[in-house]
Design a protein around this ligand. Structure first.
Ligand SMILES: Cc1cc2nc3c(=O)[nH]c(=O)nc-3n(C[C@H](O)[C@H](O)[C@H](O)COP(=O)(O)OP(=O)(O)OC[C@H]3O[C@@H](n4cnc5c(N)ncnc54)[C@H](O)[C@@H]3O)c2cc1C
Length: 390
């Protein structure tokens, strides 16, 4: 049984209050230090796990809260709104969908209760490769069947949180692209025990990036994976990954809304406080109008995110709405970031205000997990009926 489809408004309010309280324990200086040292927010992720928020989508029978995506979206939004960074752990929420929807009973019983209790982390999602990029069906990582196991060889890039995860959801080819009728066939999904794989041919290399995101490259040199770790049917993995993408887009969009709210609140406070030419800078229309505009943009995107989450929870087709929500929310957070930096003038560049850190962090969502161009291509082709452009 999957999670329930609705969440009461009182539950949403309680989640907002409780996350905001939890985040008070992780103020700007905590994140600044980690950012400077490129370290993982272990204490923050432990606190969220212990409070049960990372297992919010796991059905109650497996030890989770069994709440719908709308509730998970609120968790991530509030984390970002408080100035924290859910990127350290958000993947567990959307990766799990593949296991929930397509895993067998044995896999669910083996992993879900231990993920729910915090004993196991499912934080790594191995899809992107250096040569294929957005063209996922061209990935080269190959899993060759050998008796009761598969042997995996290849390379992933931008595999975030791999060093802080026990399990990875891995997409690999099991039939060469040239041997399948449709290029989306012949791809398979595996749940990989990374602790075992690290002893038998898998290696992880950290990839330093513009923001502190614990991202890595992962190399597979004939890594054995038990055949029982195949999720669903061999060759159908691409559709399993696709089925999780709407959830991923809605959750990332909620993070963007949280970021936009943080930037707007931060800019408003600063514009009221900072006095230049004998009056608060926020008294100037040239300063207050961009803040008001960013607010309007955020509110419009927020409605789209809420609508997409509602459709998802009702089991309706939400492809268009999830894509629009992701693009509009990422645009709203980026516009708010730009406005907030400008409102702060020179101090926007100073580390201690946290604006430059959040500015770098929110920029990611124009590119990952799906770039704006590819969303526009989806809308053009699947919603408007224009010719496929790639
Ligand atoms: C910090 C970070 C964390 C990430 N974490 C993960 C992770 O945990 N797991 C994972 O699997 N991946 C992860 N990614 C990868 C991310 O999903 C990809 O970077 C993203 O999907 C874009 O792919 P690419 O970088 O290969 O760009 P490319 O596919 O090389 O595209 C480059 C540019 O060209 C544009 N472009 C390409 N094709 C077209 C086209 N047909 N029409 C119009 N424009 C086009 C794109 O929009 C983009 O702007 C992460 C990336 C980053 C930066």
């Amino acid at each position: 049984m999957l999670a329930r489809a609705e969440v009461h408004i009182d539950e949403i309010d309680a989640i907002r209050t409780s996350i905001s309280k939890l985040c008070e324990g992780f103020p700007g200086e905590y994140w600044r230090k980690l950012d400077r040292e490129n370290q993982y927010p272990t204490e923050f992720v432990n606190a969220l796990s212990e409070a049960g928020y990372l297992s919010i989508l796991i059905p109650e029978e497996y030890g989770g809260a069994g709440l719908p995506l709308t509730a998970a979206a609120v968790v991530l939004e509030e984390i970002q709104r408080a100035g924290c960074n859910g990127g350290a752990c958000h993947a567990q929420m959307y990766i799990m969908g593949a296991l929930l929807r397509h895993g067998n009973d044995r896999q669910k019983e083996a992993y879900l209760p231990r993920i729910a209790s915090g004993e196991l982390r499912l934080q790594a999602f191995g899809v992107t490769e250096p040569t294929s990029g957005t063209d996922t069906t061209s990935i080269k990582t190959f899993a060759r069947r050998d008796g009761d196991r598969y042997i995996v060889s290849g390379q992933k890039v931008w595999t975030s949180r791999a060093e802080h995860s026990d399990l990875m959801l891995l997409l690999a080819r099991t039939t060469p692209k040239d041997d399948v009728a449709k290029r989306t066939d012949g791809l398979s999904v595996f749940i990989l025990d990374m602790r075992e794989s690290l002893k038998s041919g898998m290696s992880i290399r950290p990839l330093r990036a513009m923001m502190n995101h614990a991202t890595t490259e992962v190399f597979f040199d004939d890594v054995p994976v038990p055949a029982e770790n195949l999720v669903g049917e061999e060759g159908k993995g691409f559709r399993y990954i696709l089925s999780g993408m709407n959830a991923e887009r809605i959750l990332i969009a909620s993070e963007c809304i949280g970021d936009a709210k943080w930037f707007i609140e931060k800019a408003t406070a600063y514009a009221n406080d900072r006095v230049v030419f004998g009056r608060p800078i926020g008294q100037n229309q040239g300063v207050q109008f961009p803040i008001a505009k960013a607010y309007a943009q955020m509110r419009a995107a927020e409605l789209m995110v809420q609508r997409a989450a509602r459709l998802f929870d009702a089991g309706e087709n939400c492809g268009e709405d999830a894509n629009l929500a992701k693009m509009l929310a990422a645009d709203a957070s980026w516009a708010a970031a730009e406005m907030c930096l400008q409102t702060h003038g020179g101090f926007g560049f100073a580390e201690e205000y946290d604006v430059e850190r959040k500015f770098r962090e929110t920029r990611l969502y124009q590119v990952a997990p799906i770039s704006t161009n590819l969303i526009l291509a989806y809308i053009a082709e699947h919603v408007l009926g224009l010719p496929r452009s790639y």
